[in-house]
Design a protein around this ligand. Structure first.
Ligand SMILES: Cc1ncc(COP(=O)(O)O)c(C=O)c1O
Length: 394
């Protein structure tokens, strides 16, 4: 089937954060009218038709009563995890939540305290740190090492910090955000071993796992040996793959009944119970009908990445090769400015909005992140403007 990812959807009036001028200007200062936002991880593509049809059916019915996690939801998740990631699981392990970020906050509230917090591999996704800080819980950081343009884990540093700080949770991002680094089965198992040996629960955030580029292979933490599964909290949703972030619906998979009950108890305390009717509808419809669209979208994004590689040739732009996702991580310190200064000046002078690396937990100061999930013609225009900015400014 043919999909038209070249279609330009006018999102100015959608009130989405990515395209909202006042939100952008609060962050970057005044921007030109013809701005092109390439920051927040939100794709400018129409979601799969199967999801739109399911929404249409629901809205034509015109009634939006309280719903529940019906059997088809569990069956569909089990099938998707099997088909996409070769995971064998019990539907009982699944708990629906109100977004993976909200679940991180619940986990911190349930498992951490003022002494035993979270561990992160930095730079990493901002809310991994925010969920801890906003709950007065310490955030440990083990910096990743950029070797031959690819992030590697500093195993000695991580082990030493797990021993010394005794965090309750390790937020592992697989594939990693930022950079899209896909972790190998050996690396995942080593993380699981270290967590188990140090009394730290491994939280594997795999929300980007359905965007693997160049026929690469994602390994789900749910395929780990049994002893590690008993120490695992797995977070995901179709929010990234089908661009459904605004529905605020996700789910966790937790094989260990005790850990699962503790998260559910915290949900209960916060009345996180019946799902959003459109959220659960989209998970079922997307997983049942969206795989073809997903393949085509990943292919389209790969072509966008090739275009970016062809256009961004200034040697001071250090592109970190993208193994997954649609978010290109670029080191800009070769220009002698921080990622924050680079994004701010680019936004106000050329109207191209990039994510500054400072939005991530630690070690992102020298970087910017470029969202490539938009029609190719817009990428071309934006990257031409980025090159003009470099020419004029440096
Ligand atoms: C690693 C990671 N986890 C979670 C999320 C967001 O999850 P949710 O929208 O379900 O809260 C993102 C969004 O970009 C992400 O990059």
């Amino acid at each position: 089937m043919e999909y038209n990812f070249d279609e330009i959807i006018d999102r100015h009036d959608e009130k989405c954060r990515k395209w909202d001028r006042s939100i952008i200007e609060q962050e970057f200062g005044p921007i030109p009218d013809d701005f092109i936002p390439m920051w927040i991880a939100d794709m400018d593509f129409r979601s799969p038709q199967g999801i739109l049809d399911a929404f249409m059916k629901a809205s034509q019915r015109g009634t939006f009563g309280y719903t529940y996690t019906y059997p088809e939801f569990y069956q569909t998740v089990v099938q998707w995890q099997k088909q996409q990631h070769q995971v064998d699981m019990d539907p009982e392990w699944i708990t629906l939540g109100y977004g993976s970020v909200a679940t991180m906050y619940n986990l911190v509230q349930q498992f951490c305290d003022a002494t035993h917090g979270v561990m992160t591999l930095t730079p990493t996704y901002g809310p991994f740190g925010r969920c801890a800080r906003e709950n007065n819980v310490p955030v440990g950081t083990s910096p990743l090492i950029l070797q031959a343009n690819r992030y590697q884990i500093d195993w000695d540093d991580l082990e030493q910090k797990l021993q010394a700080q005794q965090p309750r949770l390790l937020f592992f991002c697989n594939p990693h955000n930022p950079s899209g680094r896909v972790w190998s089965p050996q690396e995942i198992e080593r993380i699981a071993q270290l967590c188990l040996a140090n009394g730290t629960i491994m939280v594997s955030d795999e929300v980007h796992s359905e965007h693997i580029l160049h026929n690469g292979q994602h390994t789900s933490a749910l395929t780990l040996p049994e002893q590690y599964l008993q120490n695992l909290i797995f977070l995901t949703s179709p929010n990234k793959v089908f661009n459904l972030g605004g529905l605020k619906t996700s789910y966790s998979i937790i094989p260990n009944a005790q850990l699962r009950e503790r998260l559910r108890a915290n949900y209960q305390k916060n009345s996180i119970t019946s799902p959003n009717i459109f959220g659960i509808t989209a998970i079922v419809a997307g997983y049942q009908t969206g795989n073809d669209w997903r393949r085509a979208m990943v292919n389209y994004v790969s072509r966008n990445y090739e275009l970016a590689q062809q256009m961004l040739t200034d040697p001071r732009l250090q592109l970190i090769p993208m193994e997954s996702s649609y978010l290109l991580w670029v080191r800009v310190s070769g220009f002698g400015v921080s990622g924050r200064t680079f994004t701010q000046e680019l936004a106000t002078q050329q109207g191209v909005i990039l994510e500054p690396g400072t939005d991530f937990v630690a070690d992102g100061e020298k970087f910017v992140r470029i969202n490539l999930a938009m029609p190719r013609i817009q990428i071309q225009t934006a990257l031409q403007r980025l090159n003009q900015f470099i020419e004029k400014r440096f």
